[in-house]
Design a protein. Sequence first.
Length: 202
Amino acid sequence: MEQKKIFKGQSDNEKVLYVWGRHFITLVVEEVVPCIFIAVSLAVMVAFFYEYYIFLGAFAFFLFFSVWAFYAYFVWVRDRYIVTDHRIIDYDQWGIFKRSLREAPLDKVQDITINVHGFLGTIFHYGDVVLQTASETSLILEEVPAPEKIQRILSDLSKANNQQRNTATSNDVLAQIAELVNKANQLKEQVAQDEGNKNPAL
């Protein structure tokens, strides 16, 4: 049975292990301002229902901040960090129609650090997880919940992936050595057979 793909670009033999997003409190912070203005706009619309120009102005404010609130929620939902058994992927939503993708192979991750910023990050326990790769580029998982736990998970996955790769490399080397020995034995037998054909027993 074919495995259902979670994201675009997922290979057939790639298994999704974790999907993370930004902490919920970051959405709350982004929604505070538009929600306040939406509430004020509704109150003005009700209070001045028969005042055409005031009602129209309040309705324009209501539409503007409703779009703002929807956009903030849309971006928050679409920003995702996906961890598979091969790589770590950062999906960033830029606007309504633009989305960027960055990734780091697990076996290329060399260092993982965390940064917790400000009062809210400390109180609600969220922060950034920074991954440094062998190519000296960094991948940042921004404002994720429980960054210490994510750091530990990614570190364990990276170590396991490197160990698996080293084991596979060792097995490949042993297989190549065995193949060379087998070829050498076949060549030795061929030489012995040729010598026997040149010097038949009398």
